[in-house]
Design a protein around this ligand. Structure first.
Ligand code: MN
Length: 478
């Protein structure tokens, strides 16, 4: 990795931006001079790789500069002011935000870890780009984990899986998320990792001719109807396959998204035209259609998903989206804001508050728990756990942690809906309040303004603290 490699990714950036990035590189190189990584390489290789990952995400100029300088405060002892004077306030704040809590005083390592984890998570509130730099930093450290001791490897892999993978999901950076998952699995379950890797390679070798045939057929069919398109073949990542095989004990040929064709077209309406054409060529698998264009995921992911029976009855998931949606799906927030332009930090934080459901929950939890350990337990349960996706009567998709009940659903819709809930209908059938939601459930909450509400009973059937807190604060019926 040389500076020239980074430069090649910067063709879209203005001359002025490129100059500042080069300045940041030179500055970091000078400051880290004489420092080496455990691999024996010069230290500058690490920040350079971090900046390379960030440029690959189309992050803004200040984020890339901060990526280059991210270890200087901690490792070279310069003050924050040095960065604000030589660059700008934004870069200085970003580097400061990324700098670890290492120098703070805690009596145990666990307390330090908890405080550190909390600081990472809550930095989303100040500037989400801090998380994006942290993710790039972690990704490069995970790629070079072979130089650490086995104990460190496990510790880092575990933290990556528990903390950085969910964060990557929340900012919608799927590429980083899936690479982090695979790298973590490699150190956490080495033998399962090897077995699954072998299975993945073998599947790819065996099924690629079928997928290439479908790719050609769909590409040409869409062109026939004047839909310019690009199609990519994708096999599920190793961790994804591992989960199906080892955790859910599924059979390979029942997995609906082991193979995907990512179909990119120009306009959003073209996605629906393409969908119609694909269904006319390959029969769709029932109940495997999802419209994330009308109902984006909470991390703004947009796409149409439909699984079809390909040749030889191979199940193939097609993901149809525009080029712009694909940028956001691959890179997440950084590229979303690149599209919008303007003052990056202000726009990002505004949009986060408004559009990202997890941001509200996070602020909620942060205000509620002063103890770091409780805070982390709560975040893990409410935000980082597995998700279930259900529909409102209007067809809106609501994301809840797995294990959520209809009561949790009601409170997620609105506190008042929860407070006046007298029952629930799921898929046209009445259910009790302890009903645990499953993927694709259609949920309608029955409410009444003046019915007696059994607060105890609601509380007992709420499984998320989000709902429980609201029930506890319910004043009307105390
Ligand atoms: Mn670093």
């Amino acid at each position: 990795m040389e500076y020239e490699d980074l430069e090649k990714l910067l063709t879209d950036y203005s001359e002025e931006d490129k100059e500042l990035i080069k300045e940041a590189y030179k500055c970091a190189r000078t400051l880290h001079a004489g420092q080496y990584r455990q691999s024996g390489e010069e230290y500058i290789i690490h920040p350079l790789n971090v900046a390379y990952i960030l440029a690959g995400l189309h992050a803004d100029r200040d984020t890339i500069c901060a990526g280059l300088l991210h270890d200087t405060l901690e490792d070279t002892g310069i003050p924050k002011e040095y960065i604000s004077e030589h660059f700008n306030e934004e870069v200085a704040n970003l580097v400061d935000g990324v700098t670890k809590l290492a120098k703070m005083n805690f009596s145990t390592k666990e307390e330090l870890n908890n405080a550190n984890t909390r600081k990472i998570i809550t930095s989303i509130k100040d500037d989400v780009r801090i998380i994006i730099i942290k993710l790039a930093d972690r990704l490069h450290n995970m790629r070079t984990l072979q130089y650490k001791t086995p104990y460190k490897q496990r510790e880092n892999a575990l933290e990556t899986m528990n903390l950085f993978v969910p964060l990557a999901y929340y900012i919608g950076a799927y590429r980083i998320k899936s690479e982090l998952e695979d790298l973590s699995l490699q150190y956490l379950k080495p033998s399962e990792y090897c077995d699954t890797l072998a299975i993945q390679r073998e599947l790819e070798r065996e099924k690629n001719p079928i997928l290439e045939e479908m790719q050609d057929n769909i590409h040409n069919k869409l062109l026939e109807y004047d839909l310019n398109n690009d199609i990519k073949i994708r096999t599920k990542n190793i961790y994804g396959i591992y989960k199906y095989l080892y955790e859910q004990h599924q059979k390979l040929n029942n997995i609906h998204d082991l193979f995907s064709l990512k179909i990119m077209v120009s306009e959003s309406l073209d996605c629906y035209k393409a969908l119609g054409l694909i269904h006319s060529m390959y029969h769709p698998v029932p109940k495997r259609f999802k419209d994330y264009i009308c109902n984006p995921k909470t991390n703004l992911y947009q796409s149409l998903h439909t699984t079809v029976f390909g040749p030889e009855n191979l199940l193939v998931q097609t993901q149809i989206r525009t080029y712009e949606m694909d940028q956001i799906a691959s890179f997440g927030l950084p590229s979303y804001f690149k599209i919008k332009n303007g003052n990056t930090r202000i726009i990002m934080q505004e949009e986060l508050k408004e559009k990202f459901q997890f941001y509200k929950s996070l602020v909620d939890i942060d205000n509620k728990f002063s103890n770091n350990e409780e805070f982390i337990r709560e975040v893990e349960k409410e935000l980082f756990s597995e998700k279930v996706y259900v529909y409102t009567p209007k067809g809106e998709i609501i994301e809840l942690p797995k294990g959520a009940t209809v009561v949790d659903f009601a409170y997620r819709i609105h506190t008042e809906v929860g407070h006046s809930m007298i029952g629930a209908i799921v898929n046209d059938e009445p259910v009790k309040n302890d009903y645990v939601l499953e993927n694709n459930d259609r949920v309608r909450i029955l409410t009444s303004e003046n019915a007696y509400i059994d607060r105890q009973e609601l509380f007992k059937n709420a499984n998320t603290n989000y709902a429980r807190r609201r029930i506890r604060n319910m004043e009307k019926y105390v």
